[in-house]
Design a protein around this ligand. Structure first.
Ligand SMILES: CC(C)(COP(=O)(O)OP(=O)(O)OC[C@H]1O[C@@H](n2cnc3c(N)ncnc32)[C@H](O)[C@@H]1OP(=O)(O)O)[C@@H](O)C(=O)NCCC(=O)NCCS
Length: 182
């Protein structure tokens, strides 16, 4: 699903890398990966992490650098992508928000599962688990031109707190308490 629906650099590295990436992500104590669907059929997922701004460093450390080596190998074969990789590595530091201690990264639903309320459930459940892991405030960003996540986040009470450029495209930055204030 990441390869099909999540724009960005990581999918360039390929499905084998992503498999390793998510396995290691799930094993981190602050990692939250939830899927939606029926029976064996997965129709959507979301990924979050606490504390904020530390996922990539934690992944590099805990995967005993095997993820780093996969990335470096990919860069060796595709040196033209070095700029994009450096931008991704700087991502965390660029969108630091004081008081924020949790983060949502990726959300995707298969097209037939969209417009069903499943996205709301995934976001709320991920925030709840991040709260159980100690996070009080969550941040998330979305490409300004990607209508789906922007509408979803605003509907769920995430407040826009700024904008920043990423991969040459403007991104909205949103913040909300992990447990929603109604
Ligand atoms: C982001 C994403 C998960 C949002 O899921 P979604 O189901 O499309 O989003 P919403 O829950 O906001 O639903 C979309 C519409 O269905 C409506 N809807 C939501 N729940 C509903 C329900 N239970 N019944 C009827 N309609 C519903 C919403 O009001 C919204 O309507 P609108 O477009 O008129 O405002 C989905 O668009 C997606 O997978 N996109 C591709 C991946 C991506 O870009 N991810 C973000 C970057 S990580």
């Amino acid at each position: 699903m990441h390869c099909r629906y999540i724009p960005g650099y990581l999918r360039n590295i390929g499905p084998k890398f992503l498999e390793k990436f998510y396995k290691n992500f799930m094993a981190l104590p602050g990692g939250v990966i939830l899927v939606s669907g029926e029976g064996e059929e997965i129709s959507g997922y979301i990924a979050g992490y606490t504390p904020a701004d530390s996922l990539f460093m934690s992944l590099a450390r805990e995967s005993r650098l095997s993820l780093v080596f996969s990335v470096l190998f990919h860069i060796l074969l595709n040196p033209g992508e070095t700029g994009e990789l450096l931008e991704l590595a700087r991502y965390g530091g660029r969108v630091k928000v004081p008081g924020v201690d949790g983060e949502l990264f990726f959300i995707a639903l298969e097209p037939p599962a969209r417009k069903s309320g499943a996205a709301d459930q995934l976001v709320e459940e991920a925030c709840k688990i991040l709260a159980e892991k100690g996070a009080k405030k969550i941040k998330v960003s979305a490409d300004k031109e990607n209508r789906g996540p922007n509408i979803l986040l605003e509907r769920l009470g995430f407040e826009p707190v700024g904008e920043f450029p990423f991969r040459g495209r403007p991104q909205n930055l949103y913040v909300r308490t992990a447990i929603r204030n109604r």
